[in-house]
Ligand binder design. Structure first.
Ligand code: NAD
Length: 480
């Protein structure tokens, strides 16, 4: 059944939307999941003004940290109570497996609970200044935060921004991706039920143009964006005009570096480091650099493991990999795969659209593995954002570091070795904001997440995210 959705402004859905109508589709089946009215500039203006009024009134910003914390705890509980509904709303438009969607909703509640828990402990400072007075350093909320979200992890990535922004007392205007707006809209309703004052949490619907309007609005003081490096650059330029605070979480081309002394069996089994979410993951380890003595063994094991991935309809419990977000994304991925073949990479598995009746109406792509990739090939450099792994051989530690760093990106990475000294050297030398040793798991609520170089600026998660949603104010009180 298809629903009708409009922007959420000052605690209600807009009743007479002015914008164009767009369809939210299920990319696995082609069915319409919802119909949405996209925002016009007028509606973005209403949302930002509502957020600004709520901020100026102090209704949330001046609430005590313990009261803000209680509201966020209630929201976390409501997300848990509505977990199955949210998982369905997430899975259908994203083509994401229902199993992953359920995990992500559980994790979403944990994000809110984490910030509800730490916010009362995140205060100011009383620095030792001078005998003539006392210094106080306050952490003030910034104001209206424009939060722009992609389609790959629609609720999780939104909450990486929403939870710390609200925790610090800001007002927010969230712009979800046009393909996946439903869970953020439902979250806004649940936030109201949790007791968040109207106007603090607003949602505008639409694509790049709506995003641009939100970034450029004079009352938007902070922008947090996740998406492509191309759009991130544009956001940064637009924000420069108003000296707006900017956090960017952009693309990646992360390396998993496997040394000959590693547990090769374990390393070659971490399929989800690249195939999770059908490869549409900014921290996917899509380049696997493998030292030559174990190179053939690794390739063989990795290909055999990948062959077992159960590609299927996202709604089925047994499906391990769903489809891509759209046919356009599939075309882009396939274009890069064709370039890999043309440049001489060895296609070991996949490389095309799967056959079978269940795949006929959706943007599915086979899990794909290339070996003998060289650092100059397009597939070794471009963020593919699809289920494509590239395996490259290397000889020395220096060569591995050189290849790993020869990219504009610097988001994440992994090192596989039993040599602790080497692991410690590598984690310092690889230019990435997030790196793991002997595992591909690197995203933890308690640790900052974000990129070096063109993978972005600022950090999400951990208490450090709160720094990006607050300003320091220094006060000196004379003792004389
Ligand atoms: P995109 O960067 O165009 O869109 C991401 C979000 O930003 C969406 O909400 C979009 O509406 C909005 N947006 C786009 N241009 C904008 C602008 N100029 N100003 C303000 N907001 C803007 O990403 P896409 O087109 O959906 O995907 C293209 C590629 O981006 C993918 O193939 C992938 O490589 C990359 N991507 C990365 C991530 C990530 O997590 N880092 C997420 C999605 C896409």
């Amino acid at each position: 059944m298809s629903e009708w959705k409009t922007c959420w402004v000052e605690g209600k859905s807009l009743t007479s939307p002015q914008g164009e109508t767009a369809l939210v589709l299920n990319p696995a089946t082609g069915e319409t999941v919802a119909t949405v009215a996209e925002a016009t500039a007028l509606e973005v203006d209403s949302a930002v003004n509502a957020a600004h009024r709520a901020f100026a009134s102090g209704v949330w910003r001046k609430a005590s940290p313990s009261n803000r914390s209680k509201t966020l705890h209630r929201l976390a509980e409501l997300v848990r109570t509505h977990a199955e509904e949210l998982a369905q709303l997430e899975s259908r438009p994203a083509g994401k497996t229902i199993t992953d969607s359920r995990d992500e909703i559980r994790y979403s509640a944990n994000i809110i609970q984490y910030y509800a828990g730490i916010l009362p402990t995140f205060g100011g400072e009383v620095p030792a200044v001078s005998a003539n007075g006392t210094g106080l350093v306050f952490r003030e909320p910034i104001g209206v935060c424009g939060l722009i979200v992609p389609w790959n992890f629609p609720l999780v990535v939104a909450l990486w921004k929403i939870a710390p922004a609200l925790a610090m007392g800001n007002s927010i205007v969230v712009k979800p991706a046009p393909a996946t707006p439903l869970t953020v809209l439902r979250l806004a309703e649940l936030a109201q039920e949790a007791g968040l004052p109207d106007g603090v949490f607003n949602v505008v619907l639409g694509g790049a143009e709506v995003g641009r309007t939100l970034v450029q609005h004079p009352l938007t003081r902070k922008v947090s964006f996740t998406g492509s490096t191309r759009a991130g650059k544009e956001v940064m330029k637009m924000a420069a005009d108003g000296i707006k605070r900017v956090s960017l979480e952009l693309g990646g081309k992360s390396a998993s570096i496997v040394f000959a002394d590693a547990n090769v069996e374990k390393a070659a089994n971490t399929l989800w480091s690249v195939f999770a979410n059908a490869g549409q993951d900014c921290c996917a380890r899509s380049r696997m650099l493998v030292q030559r003595p174990v190179y053939n063994e690794y390739v063989e094991r990795f290909v055999e493991n990948t062959r077992k991935i159960r590609l299927g309809l996202p709604q089925e419990d047994t499906t391990e990999m769903g489809c891509l977000i759209s046919y356009a994304q599939r075309e882009r991925v396939d274009g890069l795969v064709q370039q890999g073949k043309a440049q001489g990479a060895k296609l070991c598995l996949g490389g095309g659209v799967p056959t079978g009746a269940e795949f006929a109406n959706g943007s599915f792509y086979e899990p794909t593995v290339f070996a003998d990739v060289t650092p100059d090939m397009v597939i070794a450099n471009e963020e593919i954002f699809g289920p494509v792994a590239s395996i490259l051989p290397f000889d020395t530690e220096e060569e591995a570091i050189q290849i790993a760093n020869a990219t504009q990106y610097g988001l994440s990475g992994s090192v596989w070795t039993r040599d602790i000294a080497r692991a410690l050297r590598l984690v310092r030398e690889v230019e990435a904001g997030v790196i793991s040793v002997n595992t591909s798991s690197s995203v933890h609520l308690e640790m900052p997440f974000g990129g070096m170089k063109q993978s972005g600026t600022g950090r999400e998660l951990s208490h450090h995210a709160l720094e990006h949603y607050s300003e320091l104010k220094s006060v000196f009180i004379s003792a004389e």
